[in-house]
Design a protein around this ligand. Structure first.
Ligand code: BGC
Length: 438
């Protein structure tokens, strides 16, 4: 947590020394750059509901499953997307990040739905009508069942199939999009391999086998659930898929900024022989090289990881924790963004950052603290296009179901009514002013 008193004390001490007066004069500037993007994010499967052609729908409903519950109606955003856009606007933001559902647009291989493309076109137009910049993720994990049943991202045809979907979607939609992301966190399996307990990995194996049996196929590989042994193959194919998709989108609209988002930590080294640098290699794999030359990199940061010479150091006993037990550590955002830019040279957009807390007061403190760190890094010269908070709504949090809450607004599970939380007011005030409170 940023301690304002410590910061102030430091500034006073610096001003007292004539040699350092120049540095002191550059005390923290709370104003963000003109045109900064202030957004909230969602993903189709997590909010739309009844996404029955998706790989995740299969995994949620197969036996055994590691999902706490099925997504079902989710937040019914397939119907209520206008209310979602109104909410983004009412909070005071200027950007909305959402995703296309490939399973809806191409429910059968090669068969594209005009009606579904029109649905997402209406959402993009709806953003523009409200002066919101649409940041569109072409694929946020979920792939069509037919794709997963072909082995998903382990099948050599995957990059071309994904690029064909992106080209079709871009022809219908690219005109109104502000920023495009090809894939969401294609390095997620590298992360899960490190953070998931062995019983969850075993449970995932049993779930994938059950899905394969149910669909009469040798291998069922989902967008965010594959066998650990398949990670090297899928990483290679996901990178090829990202590059092919970027080329396909650019061919339709060369001036549209295209990137990919990565799940990243603030990886801290402790001790003389910390394994931090080796672990960065494992967590981000070849992606840090693969994204070089992209228009921007989407950074998705929630946590820090502290590495000593043996492994991950336990979270401090007095840490504030989220519902899943993760440490709530707002300073991780700035440090993570600094590293992401240094490692790739890309301009950065924070495409996700947030806190899984039931006590919204923690979120309300978290947001300004994280933004303080982000602004510090911007002032160091790191190009940052914007900050997009995860999430606009409490939603279907994958294997945790509806138990984990990241939303700036809660959603009534019976009526689907959206209710902004106090943290939305705190965040909106910063966004409207384009500056942190003094
Ligand atoms: C994903 C989201 C997810 C969020 C919180 C990110 O890894 O992109 O889909 O809900 O983290 O866990």
């Amino acid at each position: 947590m940023i301690d304002r008193r410590a910061l102030l004390a430091g500034t006073v001490a610096l001003s007292a020394s004539p040699a350092l007066a120049g540095i002191a004069a550059k005390a923290f500037d709370p104003a963000f750059p003109k045109g900064f993007l202030w957004g909230a994010a969602t993903s189709g499967h997590q909010i739309e509901g009844n996404n029955t052609n998706a790989d995740s729908w299969v995994l949620e409903n197969v036996h055994p499953s590691i999902y706490a519950q099925p997504s079902g109606d989710a937040d019914n955003s397939f119907e209520l997307w206008r209310a979602d856009l109104d909410l983004v606007k009412a909070i005071g933001l200027n950007t909305y990040r959402f995703s296309l559902e490939w399973p809806r647009i191409e429910p059968v291989q090669g068969q594209f739905s005009r009606a579904m493309l029109d649905h997402y076109k209406a959402m993009i137009d709806g953003c523009r009508a409200r002066d919101l910049i649409p940041v569109v993720t072409f694929n946020h994990y979920t792939t069509p069942i037919w794709f997963a049943a072909m082995g998903g991202w382990t099948n050599p045809q995957a990059p071309a199939l994904f690029a064909r979907f992106c080209e079709t979607a871009a022809r219908a939609l690219a005109g109104g999009i502000g920023y495009a992301l090809t894939l969401n966190e294609p390095n997620i399996m590298n992360i899960l391999k490190v953070v998931l307990p062995p019983q969850a990995i075993a449970g995932q194996h049993a779930m994938l086998e059950a899905a394969a049996r149910a669909h009469g196929t040798a291998k069922f590989a989902a967008g965010n659930a594959i066998e650990i042994d398949d990670i090297p193959t899928s990483t290679r194919l996901l990178i090829a898929g990202h590059k092919a998709a970027r080329a396909a989108i650019k061919a339709v609209r060369p001036d549209l900024p295209v990137g990919v988002s990565l799940s990243m930590f603030d990886d801290q080294a402790v001790g003389a022989h910390s394994i931090r640098d080796r672990m960065r290699g494992e967590l981000y794999g070849p992606w840090l090289d693969a994204v070089k030359g992209d228009d921007f990199l989407g950074v998705q940061n929630y946590e820090r990881m502290v590495w000593d010479d043996e492994g991950r150091v336990a979270v401090p006993a007095d840490a504030v924790r989220g519902v899943g037990g993760a440490e709530i550590y707002p300073a991780s955002l700035g440090a993570c963004v600094r590293y992401a830019h240094a490692a790739t040279g890309c301009p950065i957009m924070v495409t996700e950052n947030g806190a899984s807390v039931d006590d919204d007061a923690i979120r309300a403190r978290y947001i300004p603290a994280a933004l303080h760190g982000l602004k510090t890094v911007i002032d160091e010269g790191v190009p940052v296009l914007g900050y997009v908070h995860w999430s606009l709504l409490d939603n279907f949090e994958w294997i945790f179901g509806y138990r984990v809450h990241f939303g700036l607004a809660s959603v009534d599970r019976e009526t689907f009514a959206r209710t902004p939380k106090p943290s939305a007011g705190v965040y909106g005030a910063i966004a409207r002013a384009n500056r942190l409170p003094a």
